[in-house]
Design a protein around this ligand. Structure first.
Ligand code: PMP
Length: 419
């Protein structure tokens, strides 16, 4: 492929022969590919899973910044340790308590967002062909990493109560009988991305037992757990098993994704390897960002900010569900009790990926369900992210989407194809 830049032709294939084999698995995610379209102001984007940072108390961040720069600039501007800032790790232990997790500060490591934690864990555990069990659907960013590591991604049946333990057991037995090595179960138990569903309390126990029985390490990814709209979700899986669960958290959804601060609570047995992997990759997590988060937590009413976010996102969730009921009454939707996402199932015969260009011409964007599967499924699904637009625009976007779907159905009835 060539493109003219500053009068010179660039051959984007010129180093293709030199790429490592696994680079073939690096592809633009369907979410990323949408970003350029989505940033046009006339498009209502229900696509990228972004928090509404306009609701953040900027004065609080500014005061944390001033306080940090007047008290400890010589630390904030310097390299730090590979495991991360000690005070922040202590504060993280307190935050995890809210989820029922009693972690030791020694087992906490700071990462560059929880995406980075997923990368480190995958790098540590996955050889080519190793199996990672995931929900159906699963988080696009995790699927991308597992694919890059050339893992076998096995989707396990998931319904409104989350991952099915029966299906998990069946998948484990089948894969073992096929001689496969099952390494990890990756699960987003609270208000999952993209489905919005929450793993029930009873299922959590069974999932833990199955993984314990078969020596499968659980990766519990919990960026949305504090953003509940009604009741708090059940206790974390990690609360019941300190040796078999790696727990991931992030400040991206409750503070700011721009700071890129996430964390891992590792089982003691793997902590040292994880820290070595972190050091090898980045020397130390960004000291300045860590200390700013720590100062913010120490000096500002962060729990009130999270409560404000809960109220804001509840209003947007309500707007989204109301609009789906009003404009798309025949569609099935999940009804999330927290987080950012609805998962819609289209009428039979429609294809969410093929429909997207038409949606964009109608000034609405969404993420096709195919982004959330490693095996090509998801054509009949759409992920709606209600967290970023205003509640009013969430409704406008879903109304536009309904018009697009109506037109697709008409086309289907006339020509027998969704194109
Ligand atoms: N896990 C899940 C389930 C997510 O939805 C996201 C962000 N969309 C991440 C991990 C990564 O978040 P971050 O790196 O910003 O912490």
């Amino acid at each position: 492929m060539t493109e003219t830049r500053l009068g010179q032709a660039t051959n984007f294939d010129s180093w293709k022969h030199a790429y490592a084999k696994r680079a073939e698995n690096l592809a633009v995610s369907e979410v990323r590919a949408l970003f350029s379209v989505v940033s046009r102001p006339e498009v209502v984007s229900l696509a990228g899973g972004m928090p509404d940072v306009s609701a953040m108390d900027n004065d609080a961040i500014r005061s944390a910044f001033d306080s940090l720069m007047s008290s400890r600039p010589q630390y904030a501007l310097q390299y730090g340790g590979g495991q991360g800032d000690l005070r922040l790790r202590e504060q993280i232990c307190q935050i995890m308590e809210l989820d029922g997790v009693h972690g030791s500060v020694e087992d906490v490591m700071i990462t560059t967002g929880s995406q980075h934690a997923l990368e480190l864990i995958s790098d540590l555990f996955l050889d080519q062909g190793d199996v990672v069990l995931v929900e159906s659907p699963s988080y696009v960013g995790a699927v991308g990493i597992f694919r890059h590591k050339e893992a076998h991604i096995e989707h396990v049946f998931t319904d409104h109560d989350g991952l099915s333990p029966d299906a998990l057991e069946e998948a484990v037995e089948r894969l073992k009988a096929d001689g496969k090595r099952i390494k990890l179960l990756y699960v987003v138990p609270n208000f999952a991305n993209p489905s919005g569903v929450t793993l029930s309390e009873e299922r959590r126990q069974r999932v833990l037992q199955i993984c314990r029985d078969h020596g499968i390490l659980i990766v519990e990814d919990n960026p949305y757990g504090l953003l509940y709209f009604e009741d708090q979700p059940p206790k974390a899986l990690r609360a019941f098993d300190g040796d078999g669960v790696v727990y991931l958290g992030s400040f991206s959804k409750i503070l700011s994704p721009g700071l890129r601060v996430g964390y891992v609570l590792a089982p003691p047995a793997i902590r040292e390897k994880l820290v070595l992997a972190n050091e090898s990759a980045i020397l130390s997590p960004a000291t300045f960002a860590q200390m700013l988060v720590s100062e913010y937590l120490a000096t500002c009413d962060w729990q009130k900010q999270v409560a404000d976010y809960r109220n804001l996102y509840r209003t947007k969730r309500d707007a989204a569900l109301e609009a789906v009921r009003q404009y798309l009454p025949s569609l099935h939707t999940t009804e999330p009790a927290g987080g950012f996402f609805l998962w819609l199932t289209l009428p039979e015969g429609l294809n969410s990926k093929e429909m997207l260009p038409l949606a964009v011409t109608e000034l609405v964007a969404y993420t096709p369900g195919t982004a959330f599967f490693g095996d090509g499924r998801g054509h009949e699904n759409i992920r709606i992210c209600f967290s970023h637009p205003t509640a009013e625009n969430v409704k406008v976007g879903i109304h536009r989407l309904a018009n697009v779907i109506d037109r697709q159905i008409e086309l289907l009835e006339t020509f027998g194809s969704s194109k």
